[in-house]
Design a protein around this ligand. Sequence first.
Ligand code: ZN
Length: 332
Amino acid sequence: MASERPCPADDFSIYYVLAECTDHYDSSPVKEVEENQPHSQGVTGLRNLGNTCYMNAILQCLCSISPLVEYFLSGKYITALQKDCSEVATAFAYVMTDMWLGDSECVSPEIFRSAFGNLYPAFMKKTQQDAQEFLIYVLNELHESLKKCHRKSCGKGSIPRCCRKTIANEVSIITQLFEGQLNYSIMCLKCENCTYKNEVFTILCLPIPSDYECSLQDCLQCFFQQDTLTWHNQIHCSFCETKQETAVRASISKAPKVIIFHLKRFDILGTMKRKLRTDIHYPLTNLDLSPYICPVFRKHPKYNLCAVVNHFGDLDGGHYTAFCKNSVTQAW
Ligand SMILES: [Zn+2]
């Protein structure tokens, strides 16, 4: 059921796909920046420091998400900085400032890399790393640097048990923008006793249901379809007091303002690992997540594409690139 409500033109109707894409990827509506075009705000290259394309691709994406850009450029982050772990967030703010307010067409993320590498030495090596893994660490470090403890009353009673939200007691710009919550309904197929479990997410890892071609919506449908757990995957039912076949279905109980999808291109078939080279089509605007949102919280959120990371190559190596939408020029 599609809502005809116009998509609000605020920064929060953004979605962001962290996709690892195929070599013959050709569906991106990329408008190349002309060679002689004057330097535009926020359209800044990042110097490769030796196999750091994974890092640069992620930094480009994060530095194009408008509410995050606004938070760092306005200096709001300074008041939130935790004294004992501020290096990564400060270095991130330098990259953001250089990219948006500097005169150079290309900046070096060296300070950020060294602050980050002090905490995670693996990322100091001149070897290729996984961009999605790097993103998880960066978001986590930014959260740790910028979090505030927050006590909320839980508001039981009015909200059904299945949709009650987990109470976050640490809030940061990262949780405010990127954190969503999944609700799993777990039903015993013998007695139909239903239990619920909530799980916070920052990245949704989506399966790819085809070897050749599919849409992002097909991947979402596959992720949110009901799964039946049988044999050794059976779950203990507290009512039957034995393990039983169980139906599990996930829905979104809190939709994040910026949603990150990771498309699971690495597949294991027995002992064989392979990269799925499926062409995945996705809308640039108005991605509707309402079919997957818990009815109580259904607000018909629609998302516009903000950035994409692609991986070219295979399991042994390759190259990452990023396509980002600039909030000032609105160009890709
Ligand atoms: Zn049961």
